[in-house]
Design a protein around this ligand. Structure first.
Ligand SMILES: Nc1ncnc2c1ncn2[C@@H]1O[C@H](COP(=O)(O)OP(=O)(O)O)[C@@H](O)[C@H]1O
Ligand SMILES: [Mg+2]
Length: 516
């Protein structure tokens, strides 16, 4: 028989790696809450306490779910006790059999868990310092040096439930800063971020009314963070009558349906300042556009375009938000990651999602421009516009040639900057521009174009280059030329290709004002 060599991982070293899977406090806490929801909890309390210092800070999550008996609790504490490939109930939000452990370790070095079921209570703890010291994967019973009064169920007389208490929170801030006040401020900021995240990812549980028609509504869950109620944040503003459910369609994934709903949110004119600020969401209007992927009603991905030719988030498409409802048997096809914060469509659905995204952006662009007509700048007549290319006729040979317009602000800006830096560079650029003009492969372009017109790029305003170039010029005009916003917009509207895209110019202007 072949020799076998025992290479079981050293607990101390492996645990340090498992602590760094990439959770942030808010994603870790959400993962622990997933377990409470799966356990049928109707009430979940989260406490994030500073307690006067980083090492004293704690995170506690308590629920009135089904709880665990001793055997179940031990199994729950074992990393990887359940295989990721195991078949799970529809409403189960778990997947890898790791969440509770890795999520809590990513925050602190001590996790104490208490669970009550059938009138019996059991307490165990993973103490990573103990694991490192003994080099053994062992949990201990009891609370250790944690006061048991800290392990409170969400209400006094619960029949069953579970409390997860995390202490020695050395990683809650990423890195330690010695300044006490700064730390406390940072902690307050983390609590705020956590609230926003929970109110977003669990909004259908916090406020079942925000579940779309045709989707099974989850039971309501009451949640508090540091004693204050969490209120669901609905990305689609379904209760606002200006929201438009533009399209609803079903895409098949491995024989099961995925419901996809495209919403166009109300234009800013139809929202109060307060509504607009709230609807912006944790990442702000621009980054919150795109797909919202739900799995068993829990939000996994919040915004961003996916699928074929996925676009970057743009100001003028920000009113489009699209919900996608997956069931958990699709986890593998959608490449669900351990942190449950990413999912990627399977290869055979990339086209569908690309198409749905493009249609949503097109509709959002219309809504953005039409409702805001008063605000959006008007297009000038073509004759006044500075083109990028000039068609010229050579006097001696009578041949046509094309050259880049040096009076176009993009070229002019570059030439001026080069002259300021080094006149030699300007000379080099001018000769390159001449060279390009003289050698454009005209006959090649004609031949190919005749062959297949569609194979040529039809540029659209969504391309990065257009927006970037317009933004550079806008900034230059405002900051270096000290022009007013109206004048800068006017100039941009006289430049090709920006003249075709007043909405992009408007977007750049609004972003600029917001960043001030
Ligand atoms: N709050 C809870 N209430 C009841 N059971 C729980 C709770 N938290 C965890 N469990 C049990 O522990 C198991 C392991 O949890 P976890 O490590 O998060 O992995 P997963 O959620 O992927 O199964 C769960 O499948 C569940 O059976
Ligand atoms: Mg879990």
């Amino acid at each position: 028989m072949d020799e076998e060599v025992d290479l079981s991982p050293k607990p101390g070293a492996l645990i340090e790696s498992l602590r760094s899977l990439g959770y942030t406090p808010k994603t870790a806490i959400a993962d622990i809450i997933d377990n409470s929801i799966t356990a049928g909890a109707k009430r979940i309390n989260i406490d994030m306490r500073w307690n006067g210092g980083l090492e004293h800070s704690t995170v506690t999550i308590s629920d009135n779910g089904c709880g665990m008996n001793e055997e179940e609790l031990k199994l729950a504490l074992r990393p990887g006790a359940i295989s990721p490939t195991a078949i799970r109930k529809d409403k189960d939000l778990g997947r890898f059999g790791l969440g509770m452990k890795t999520a809590s370790w990513s925050i602190g070095r001590l996790m104490v868990i208490k669970s009550r079921k059938e009138r019996k209570e059991h307490i165990f703890r993973w103490d990573l310092d103990h694991v490192v010291k003994t080099e053994r994967w062992v949990v201990q019973s009891g609370t250790g040096d944690v006061e048991e009064s800290l392990l409170m169920f969400p209400t006094q007389r619960v029949k069953s439930g579970t409390v997860v208490h995390i202490a020695r929170c050395d990683k809650i801030m990423g890195s330690k800063t010695p300044n006490y006040n700064d730390n406390q401020k940072a902690h307050t900021a983390i609590v705020k971020e956590t609230r926003e995240h929970l109110e977003m990812v669990f909004h259908r549980f916090l406020d079942p009314k925000t579940t779309p028609e045709g989707q099974e509504k989850p039971s309501k869950v009451e949640m508090t963070l540091n004693g204050k109620k969490c209120v669901g944040w609905d990305p689609f503003l379904v209760s606002h009558d200006g929201t438009n459910l533009y399209e609803e369609e079903t895409v098949k994934c491995e024989g099961s349906p995925i419901k996809v709903r495209t919403y166009i949110l109300p234009h800013r004119d139809r929202l109060t300042d307060e509504q607009r600020a709230k609807a912006a969401g944790p990442k702000g209007w621009n980054l919150q556009q795109g797909f919202y992927i739900y799995r068993a009603n829990r939000l996994i991905v919040s915004g961003g375009w996916i699928g074929k030719s996925a676009a970057k988030p743009e100001e003028h498409t920000k009113l489009a938000r699209v919900s996608v409802d997956l069931i958990q048997s699709m986890d593998k096809a959608w490449n669900l990651d351990i942190l449950k914060s990413k999912a990627r469509p399977p290869a055979n659905l990339r086209d569908s999602f690309g198409r749905i995204g493009a249609a949503a952006r097109k509709e959002a662009k219309k809504a953005y421009a039409s409702r805001g007509r008063r605000a959006a700048p008007r297009r000038p007549r073509t004759g006044q516009v500075q083109p990028i290319w000039l068609a010229r006729k050579d006097k001696t040979t009578s041949n046509w040639y094309f050259e880049i317009n040096k009076e176009h602000n993009s070229t002019k800006l570059l030439l001026t900057k080069l002259l300021e830096t080094d006149p030699y560079l300007k000379k080099l650029l001018l000769s390159l521009l001449r060279l390009i003009a003289k050698t454009i492969p005209v006959s090649h372009i004609i031949a190919e174009y005749a062959e297949d017109e569609d194979a040529f790029p039809h540029y659209s305003g969504e391309e990065d280059g257009v927006r970037d170039a317009a933004e550079q010029i806008y900034r230059h005009l405002r900051e270096e030329k000290s022009l007013t916003a109206e004048r800068a917009i006017e100039i941009l509207l006289l430049l090709q290709p920006f003249n075709e895209h007043p909405e992009i110019i408007q977007g750049i202007h609004e972003n600029y004002m917001e960043s001030k």
